[in-house]
Design a protein. Structure first.
Length: 302
């Protein structure tokens, strides 16, 4: 471990290793993604996609390597045993920091299929990473305010259509569909602005999960409900690279797919939408209580 070094030096080394790792794997990824683009046939896709996933998993494994080298994090993890890397999962988590993504990838890599995130459209322009997300078929979403949608009603439902098309691709080979129900990272300011009824969470947005279940519910082996807690406060990405993330607690619950919520029109059926919202609200109440208990246990153990 290099965490005995000054934090600014740890940050430099971690950043260098992260960048070098990406620059090594992304060009390889793009070669095979280009073949899939040039030959857009299902038979070709079924041959190329496993190669792309192997490259991505190797990339993540190398990320875990430099994380172990530069970090001195205490990992308290429960619930990742007995998962199937050759099945389909719908994964849900609370969201506090960009570090969440590295935590999730580190814990689930090769335990379940590669996590596929729904990404904001503007992030496609992020150097190197935008191309990698495109190559791996991460769906890019345009987020519009209600005010914008009132002026441009033709844009309403575009994200839902993107979600549906993405899920059709995901159904071809084992995939883990990753969903942050809050839709954005938690901050006290956002919590206050929303008047969220939860102590540690923003209000959940159920539409994306409803569409994923509607499109792929028969494929999912389970819903993996992930709760991430940072006992010393959610780290920024810079904090993480500097080796300042001392502890992370993760609990994973494997939940059955709610069969009564697989069929229904979330957008048009008010009764179905209410039933789905109630299920999600209970999921969120349970998560909020769990976070409270985990933080209390961590405080006692100091």
């Amino acid at each position: 471990m290099l965490n005995f070094l000054p934090s600014i030096l740890v940050r430099f080394i971690a950043t260098l290793l992260m960048v070098v790792n990406a620059l090594f794997w992304v060009p390889i990824l793009l070669v095979f993604a280009s073949l899939k683009l040039l030959l857009p046939f299902k038979s070709v896709r079924l041959q190329i996609d496993p190669i792309l996933l192997f490259i991505a998993e190797s990339w993540i494994a190398c990320n875990s390597g430099w994380m172990a080298l530069t970090q001195r994090t205490q990992w308290d993890v429960q619930g990742v045993e007995g998962l199937n890397p050759r099945s389909w999962y719908l994964v849900n988590s609370n969201h506090q920091s960009w570090v969440d993504i590295l935590v999730l990838q580190h814990l689930f890599n090769r335990r379940i299929p590669l996590l596929k995130f729904f990404i904001k459209q503007e992030l496609i322009w992020v150097p190197v990473m935008g191309l990698a997300w495109w190559a791996l078929d991460f769906p890019f979403m345009r987020r519009h305010s209600e005010e914008f949608l009132k002026k441009h009603p033709e844009m309403r439902g575009k994200d839902q259509e993107t979600t549906r098309k993405a899920c059709e691709k995901f159904a071809l080979i084992p995939t883990s569909v990753m969903n942050f129900l809050e839709g954005t990272r938690f901050t006290p300011a956002k919590q206050a602005r929303q008047q969220s009824p939860f102590r540690h969470l923003l209000k959940p947005k159920a539409g994306g999960m409803a569409l994923a279940l509607n499109a792929m519910g028969d494929k999912f082996q389970a819903i993996l409900d992930v709760t991430i807690v940072y006992p010393d406060g959610a780290p920024t990405f810079a904090d993480f690279l500097s080796g300042k993330m001392r502890r992370v607690v993760v609990r994973v619950r494997s939940l059955p797919v709610p069969q009564h919520l697989l069929q229904g029109d979330y957008g048009q059926d008010a009764a179905f939408r209410e039933a789905f919202a109630q299920w999600v609200q209970q999921l969120w109440r349970d998560k909020d209580d769990l976070i409270t208990n985990l933080l209390a246990d961590c405080a006692k153990g100091r």
